[in-house]
Design a protein around this ligand. Structure first.
Ligand code: GN1
Ligand code: MG
Length: 367
């Protein structure tokens, strides 16, 4: 059965208010399969987002869904959440559960599609970076009072960059696809920097940085803006919301919001940190998290940008070396191109480290 056909039969297993008229692929994301479901109801046409969870990546999909259920319920009842953020709720399956399992054991879930919004794949102006920084900051603050128990750690060590570097070393040594010879320069790039990869995990272990509920995939395309593209109104993609470090999210924001090029831009001459975008992002994020973040967390913002960008490059390169088994790709060297783009940005972050720290100092003193 084709993906869309299977999705159409699964869509009927959810509590929808009318007749399903269209089910079509929604080509976003590197991991899960997503579909748009259109329903005609008495109240008019309604769209939904149906997703099949990738169970090679998420080994415990039921725990992922339990986390999402807790997070969406908390946010829906939160007095300071936006209307759009509150509308990110799970559509129950016909049996009342927040997901449906098909006859192969696949996990599916559905959300109402949040209409009158738009998504950016790259950041073209400081105002967008500031809005996105504010939106992720508010998201972290909304979850700061999530009641116990802690969320499940569905992807253990997700941002443990040191562990990622060790796994990478093993993949290089195994070289199952015979691709390592072609990426010696990139492997050396990572090796030269591996000493600094463990810093955030060490600070967490020593208790210098607090564990919080964070998003863990804080990239620009996970922010919904209003239809005009001026105001960030909702954070989406809750699969990886789990315990972690606030600065991991900021690091992912630096990675995806301070460079005007896309994460897979093959022309490396346009890949560099834009200090205006960085300043706007830092201002937005610090403004919103002021009441929650510690000084030690703010001290690590610039390092986190470097570390998470390097980590993402290591992950893309490792997938290339292992034969493109984790991320979806659109072309044969896609993962390698993605890795090179991350490494170019790492170099640029290194070259501008002093200015980036000065910007953070300035932003911290404002207001
Ligand atoms: C993956 O599937 P998607 O696009 O939301 C990945 C993130 C990476 C991101 C890079 C579970 O996210 O960690 O940062 O790609 N998610 C997982 O764009 O590995
Ligand atoms: Mg994601």
């Amino acid at each position: 059965m084709s993906g869309s056909k299977a999705a159409a039969s699964v869509a009927a297993r959810f509590r929808l208010p009318g007749e399903i008229v269209v089910v079509e692929p929604h080509g976003r994301g590197h991991i899960n399969d997503s579909y748009i479901v259109v329903v005609t109801a008495d109240v008019g046409r309604r769209r939904y987002l149906l997703q099949r969870i990738n169970d090679h990546v998420f080994r415990q999909p039921a725990e992922v869904m339990q986390n999402i259920q807790r997070v969406t319920t908390h946010i829906t009842n939160h007095p300071s959440a936006s209307e759009q953020q509150k509308s990110l709720v799970l559509v129950p399956a016909n049996d009342g559960r927040p997901f449906y399992t098909d006859y192969c054991g696949g996990y599916w879930r559905m959300y109402p599609f949040i209409e009158r919004t738009r998504v950016f794949e790259t950041v073209g102006a400081p105002a967008i970076a500031e809005q996105a920084g504010r939106a992720f900051g508010r998201f972290q603050v909304l979850l700061a009072d999530l009641p116990a128990p802690p969320l499940e750690e569905t992807l253990p060590g997700f941002h443990d960059t040191g562990n990622r570097a060790s796994a990478f070393r093993e993949a290089i040594a195994a070289d199952t696809q015979r691709r390592v010879a072609a990426v010696r320069t990139e492997v050396a790039f990572v090796e030269q920097r591996s000493g600094e990869c463990g810093r955030l995990a060490d600070l967490l272990w020593k208790g210098a940085l607090p564990e919080r509920v964070v998003h863990n995939d804080a990239k620009i395309s996970n922010v919904l803006f209003d239809a005009e593209g001026d105001v960030a109104v909702c954070i989406v993609d809750l699969d990886t919301v789990m315990p972690g470090l606030a600065v991991h999210d900021f690091g992912d924001m630096v990675r995806s919001m301070t460079c005007r090029a896309a994460e897979d831009e093959p022309d490396l001459s346009c890949v560099r940190v834009d200090l205006e975008l960085f300043e706007a992002l830092a201002r937005g994020y610090v403004l919103e998290t002021r009441s929650v973040l510690t000084d030690r967390e703010l001290d690590e913002l610039v390092h986190a940008g470097w570390q998470i960008t390097l980590e993402q490059g290591v992950r893309f390169l490792m997938d290339y070396v292992q034969g493109d088994v984790y991320y979806k790709t659109q072309r044969s060297e896609h993962n390698l191109e993605r890795a090179r783009t991350q490494f170019k940005l790492v170099e640029s972050l290194e070259a501008h480290e002093r200015e980036l720290n000065e910007i953070v100092q300035r932003v911290r003193c404002e207001g």
